[in-house]
Ligand binder design. Sequence first.
Ligand SMILES: Nc1ncnc2c1ncn2[C@@H]1O[C@H](COP(=O)(O)OP(=O)(O)OP(=O)(O)O)[C@@H](O)[C@H]1O
Length: 659
Amino acid sequence: MNILLRCSQFPTSSLRLSPQIFTNSKQNFTTKARNVNLTRNMKRVERRNAAYLLRHSTWKGLVEIYEIAKPHKKWIFMGTSFMILSSGIFLIIPRILGKLIDQYGNERTADANSEISIKFAHFFKEHPIALIGLLAAGAVATAAKVYCLQIAGLYIVGGLRKAVYSSVLKQDMGFFDKNIVGEISSRHAADTVIVGYSVSTSLKDGVRAVLVGFGSIAAMLMTSLELSTVSFLTAPIVLSIFRMFGKVQQQCTWQLQEVVSEVNQMAVERMAQAKTVRMLSAEQQSIDEYSKKNELVVEISKTEALAKGSLIGSFQFTAYSAFSSILFYGSHLVSEERITYGELSSFCLYAVMAAASLSNISGFYNEVMKGLGASSRLLELKNSQPAMTLDSGIQKTQLERAIHFEDVSFSYPGRLKTLQNLTFDIPRGKITAIIGPSGGGKSSIASLMLRLYDPDSGRITVDGIDMKDINPTAWRRSIGTVGQEPVLFTCSIRDNILMGAEHPNRISQNELEQAAMLANALDFITSFENGFDTMVGENGCKLSGGQKQRIAIARALISKPKILILDEATSALDATSDYLVRMTIDNLLKYHDLTVLVIAHRLATMQQADQVVFVNRGKIEGQGSFDEMMKIQSSIVEQEALKRGIPINEQMSRVRTSF
Ligand SMILES: Nc1ncnc2c1ncn2[C@@H]1O[C@H](COP(=O)(O)OP(=O)(O)OP(=O)(O)O)[C@@H](O)[C@H]1O
């Protein structure tokens, strides 16, 4: 019975509250503190975002995006063709309009045969409806261009998103221990939007802006060299204004993205964990924290708005000054008959087009750089090579003799030794119960058995074959696993159970019901109005703890595994649910020919085991049959009890009542 004493010390993880970090936000938020905070946050954000994105804006990413874009070149080709057509039409129109204006006056006109635009002007003068037709053709070409390139952009981003998602899901568990899932999912969600926007902007507007920009500058030069010189004099002023305010605005945009994503992340987390927030009465605390972060958003937005306003204002000022100069000087040239009214009109239209295109090019450049920065982070995820590949190695799906742990040591990244020199067997067709205090390493043994991690030293063999040589996917498929805290996905009961099957569409309703019956879940599932199609809510929030547990058991059984890993629930289930889950597990353990590793917390489970392994602080401290273990453990239990100054008899009675 001494072993029972030991077990009483296992702190049940009953109310495993999510590790929320509610920072103390009750102190007064003075202006000074706010400013210090703002500056510090801005600096941090700047370091993390703007600098990162810019420094990582390499053109190398373009090559990879090109590879992803390759299968969709049909759309890009069609879109580019329509773009050239529409740009050509809209570039020729101002010239034709200028010539048309001249046709109506007595101004000097060039020889009708000397220029194609004059021929067009003659033609359109005779057939004005054709001019409308040409404009309509340009508009249709523009619409077709936008459609094709938008589709191409969507395919490219979809491809990138899929590549990143599948790469992330194939990473080894160490990757998830080292990286924060929130950050990865934000990269996946937010960065793909930035890349998507950048790709579609570059394809749709960028190339067009370059084409039209250079085309209109060339047309300006061809129309009048003198007027072009006057216009180009304003270019350095416009460029320096763009540089100055554009930079500030760009930095603010990056900072905003980062802070807004932090605010969102916090809000989503607190809303998703509303129950925990309510239990901690932390509503006001969360609202205060949210407001504090929101203030930062407003502060950065103010700077951004100021930069944006100054940029637009200055641009308007320079643009109007430039146009006024063109008109004044142009009228002077017309009066001296050095150019015609028509030429002045065409020139003005080309100047407007050039200014708009130059402004688009600058925005396009920023978008491309931002997109490249974001894509480098995504490509880093996409190209990240897992230490353990998912689908290579020997296809071992049956256990013939035993799984053997041979002097196995293991530690999680950044942790001291979690498991040390473990040697024991999990024989085929037997029940092995792992017992021991909380944090001793029981679940880590199960993780190694599933090959979620590889040992640092020693080895695990399956029928003599090193587990490192076995195909991890095939091996895991042959094992049914029920965790201590069942995780359900936000879908129907049916889909949750079928998640455990290799080929879900080959599972019949009968097989589904059988698995649910074995898991003691059929009765409550059929009592629901929608039966197996009942939606379980986010992480199964619409079900009780015991129901979730039984669905997780059904999921583990759906593929009829010959090996089972059960991490016995220690969560506080209500009496009936607890009883039903216990019954289910007890029934499963009676099945013949099933190899079971059970992380046991109950006396009844331990008693059913063929062997019991006692793990404490990462070491095996005892191993044998249940009865043998009771004898071996006595001295350890007594020592522990003495250390804590608890009379042994008192501990014994406490333990007995807990089982
Ligand atoms: N992913 C991880 N990264 C780093 N350390 C971990 C990780 N998972 C577990 N640990 C640490 O490894 C040690 C063993 O944990 P493990 O979950 O195996 O214990 P356990 O015996 O199953 O505990 P319990 O009975 O409370 O579930 C603990 O100190 C724990 O903090």
